[in-house]
Design a protein around this ligand. Structure first.
Ligand code: AMP
Length: 391
């Protein structure tokens, strides 16, 4: 089946056209600065050169029309569309076919992720309207965590308040963690039972996966919780929020922006939110950058053990996403802090650069340590195939 995977943001839209049987990517790209000036579409066919098409994109509708026009030239029929949805809230324990009802549900839970869900729902509606013959599927990032045990998802708030407002741990990156489990199981021929999946990108989260089920994860009500991220704080004492307002004089919106966009590695390093820049500066002796990297690894190792505890054991850990797949320095830093637990990696294997799943632990390591390039788009496409049937 040929599936168009769409990942819509408020002013951008990423797309990928791929085949579910072969995993082949026919084309991919991104529409940027939608509704702003200087909009463009970056488009790439197969392994070809990326081209930049300067086009006016006043809204998402225009962007989608352009993308379909560009894809016509690829000459691969689109059989169905999969939509990444950031927040599935209390409605989606798994992916679902788009209907009036499921679309309304994506909008109903949007206050939990206002920057994403409204745009995603709009894009789904536009796709249904423009291409009524194509089926659409909602793939929420939270679905994988929906059935975590209650002791993992419930917050110790007054029950009526928490339940009335649907406040709980929803987690995120679920589609990626689900793919990482699948790839790790295949790579180890089923020897992986209790996996700590480490999705370390500009957004970062860990997931405890026992026999394919999410048992706990580090992101919470929103993707702000847990690990230190590119520009997000990760976990801080919640009272920091009141203190910033009462004593610091910041408004709610200012605190929101500060904690989501001006914190994390960016704030700690004072240099960049990108771990490549930080690694470079740390190597050149920048103390703040060295501290930023050390803190990132410290929190990561600490929360890996929290995830292991939630499964009462672990046999495998997998590094994934931009930092996890590419930074041997961060992988080494995290594993070094876990050495007392018997985690041991081979420095040479750790340095290997590859797009394949690979093992970096030594044969005598107590924990199997893997690097798993994530593939959320393939996972989304497979869900579309599951729900809409092969064509
Ligand atoms: P993602 O959100 O998964 O796309 O990850 C993006 C982040 O991965 C970037 O902000 C970088 O910090 C990091 N990254 C990507 N490539 C590399 C690399 N070669 N070495 C170190 N970090 C990298």
């Amino acid at each position: 089946m040929n599936v168009l995977v769409i990942n819509a943001g408020s002013s951008s839209l990423k797309y990928q056209l791929l085949n579910t049987e072969a995993g082949q990517v026919y084309a991919k790209g991104n529409a940027e600065r939608i509704g702003i000036d200087d909009s463009f579409i970056g488009h790439q066919e197969g392994d070809g050169e990326k081209e930049k098409l300067v086009v006016e994109l006043p809204d998402h509708r225009t962007a989608i029309k352009h993308i379909f026009e560009i894809l016509e030239k690829v000459d691969v029929p689109v059989d169905g569309i999969g939509h990444r949805v950031v927040q599935g809230g209390w409605y989606f324990p798994e992916s679902a076919v788009v209907t009036d009802e499921t679309l309304a549900e994506v909008r109903e839970v949007a206050p939990l992720a206002p920057l994403h869900n409204y745009a995603e729902a709009d894009v789904i509606e536009i796709c249904r309207d423009l291409y009524p013959d194509l089926g659409n599927v909602i793939v929420p990032d939270t679905a994988f965590h929906y059935n975590m045990p209650e002791h993992a998802w419930r917050y110790a708030l007054p029950r009526d308040v928490a339940d009335g407002l649907h406040i709980r741990k929803y987690g995120a990156h679920g589609t990626s963690h689900r793919y990482i489990w699948k790839a790790a199981s295949e790579f180890t021929n089923g020897a992986c039972h209790k996996l700590v999946s480490c999705h370390l990108g500009s957004g970062a989260s860990l997931c405890a996966i026992d026999g394919g089920k999410s048992m706990d994860t580090t992101m919470g009500l929103t993707p702000l919780d847990g690990l230190i991220m590119g520009t997000r704080t990760g976990t801080v004492d919640p009272a920091t929020v009141f203190y910033l307002q009462r004593v610091g004089g910041y408004t709610v919106d200012e605190v929101d922006t500060m904690m989501n966009k001006q914190s994390g590695l960016l704030a700690l390093s004072g240099v960049s939110s990108d771990s490549r820049d930080i690694e470079e500066a740390a190597e050149a002796g920048d103390k703040n950058c060295q501290m930023a990297m050390d803190m990132f690894c410290y929190r990561c190792a600490q929360l890996i053990l929290e995830m292991a505890q939630s499964m009462e054991g672990w046999d495998t850990m997998a590094f994934s996403a931009g930092i996890g797949e590419n930074s041997d320095v961060i992988r080494a830093g995290v594993c070094e802090k876990l050495a007392w637990m018997g985690v041991k990696i081979d420095p040479e294997l750790n340095k290997v650069r590859s797009g394949d799943v690979r093992r970096i632990s030594t044969p005598d390591s107590k924990i199997d340590v893997l690097v798993v390039p994530t593939n959320e788009e393939l996972m989304i496409a497979l869900d579309v195939e599951d729900l809409l049937g092969d064509k």
